[in-house]
Each structure stands twice: as C-alpha cells, then as structure tokens.
Design a protein around this ligand. Sequence first.
Ligand code: CTP
Ligand code: CA
Length: 228
Amino acid sequence: LLDRPGLADLAGCQVLVSAGGTREPIDPVRFLGNRSSGRQGYALAAAAAVRGAEVTVVAANVALPDPAGSRVVRVESTEELRTAVLDAAPRADVVIMAAAVADFRAAEIATEKIKKTDADPPPLRLTRTPDVLAELAARRRPGQLLVGFAAETTDPLAGGRAKLAAKGVDVLVINEVGPNRGFDVPTNAASILVADSPDIVDVPLAPKVVVANRILDVVAGLLPGARQ
Ligand code: CTP
Ligand code: CA
C-alpha cells in the first residue's frame, strides 16, 4: 500500500515537511507561482507517518486531501511558509524542504487590481525572497537532520552537488524536471546525495510514494541510534 508496511523505523521521530509551491501576490487577483502540486511532499508525510513519525506539513497551495496522520499548516506566500517552517523547526528531528519556494516576489504589491490600458503595462519589478533552507541550516539544533530538494533542468548531478555543499544540508534530493517526473505528475525520479559521501542513491521512475520511502530510508539510516 504505502510500499513499506510494518516498518516503524521513524517511531518517536518528529518530522517537518514543506510541500507544494508558494505564490507571491502581484495585486489582489494575480500571483507569481510555480507548477508544484505538493504530491511529493504529501507522499513523504504519509510515508513518514506510516513509519511511526509524528508529522507536521507546511502546505503551500496544495489542492490534495490531507496526508493521513499529519498535522497540516496551510500557507500561501514564501513569507508565510518561512514563518510556519521556522516556528515548527525547533521541535523537529528531521526537516524536509520539498516545497517549491519562490526565489522572487513582486517588489511592490498593488492594493487595487492592475487595469489594462491600450499601452503595454509597466515592467514587473522583482526582488529576492529569503532562502528558508539556508535559514534552517544556520539555526539548526544539534542532531537535527536537514533534507533539501534541488529542481534541475540541466546537468542535475553537478547542480545537486553544488547545492549540497552550498546549502549545508545532510541530504539533497535531486529532482530532474521532465516528462513524467518532477512537477505536477504522480511519478518521479531522483538521485539522493548525502553530505560527506561520494555515493549516489538512484531512484528510477516510480510513484512518488516509492521515491518518498527511498528518501526516508536514507534519512532513517542517518538518525542517531540507526543501525549502520
Ligand atoms: N528553498 C528555500 N527557500 C527559497 C528557495 C528554495 O527554502 N527561497 C529550498 C527548496 O525548498 C529546496 C532547496 O531550497 O529544498 C533548493 O531549491 P532550488 O530551487 O532547487 O534551489 P535554489 O537554491 O533556489 O537555486 P536555483 O533555483 O537558482 O537553482
Ligand atoms: Ca529556486
């Protein structure tokens, strides 16, 4: 059913998962968004709960039924996601940042709907959003495991290795974006990298719950007290 029935290797473990994609408002009716459905994050939450974890999900604009056995906190923008994730993180043994978090937001948000005229609209000025994963890494508590995702369209392994080092995470899941994998589809393929290890765990194209359990296998093996 959830691929690994009867496994309780995350019993007593607090797991925080971010899922979905953030939306940055432009005016009261428009936003900048991305194609993330939340399926991979929700599959991680459901699989972690089956394996005995206490799970909190910070869900950005996810239109799916709540994952079984999880507490769900709903957010829209990167700022809201940041607040919810940083609020829950101190209690978490494992933080998995599966959400597609916006890198840019509108520099000014119009309070009224922007009307069209005969002229072309003024250019949309963008500004950076905070990097939540970098903030988590900066304030992580001893023993806490951090899992990042990397959505890549070109040279995924090189991009993933660079992000593993730059982000200061323990595990980096490289998500190739393409046909039947990545955003807004029920299947995924991934390469999982672990800090200070040359090994790569390759997960071939599979339902997202199977990919979720492979990621959790790696996480469970890194937890203090895990049998090596
Ligand atoms: N992330 C985050 N806050 C942001 C942007 C990204 O926490 N403002 C997290 C994502 O949830 C993911 C990881 O950082 O776990 C990597 O996201 P990705 O978009 O692949 O990498 P970026 O560092 O944003 O670099 P780029 O988009 O330029 O490749
Ligand atoms: Ca990004």
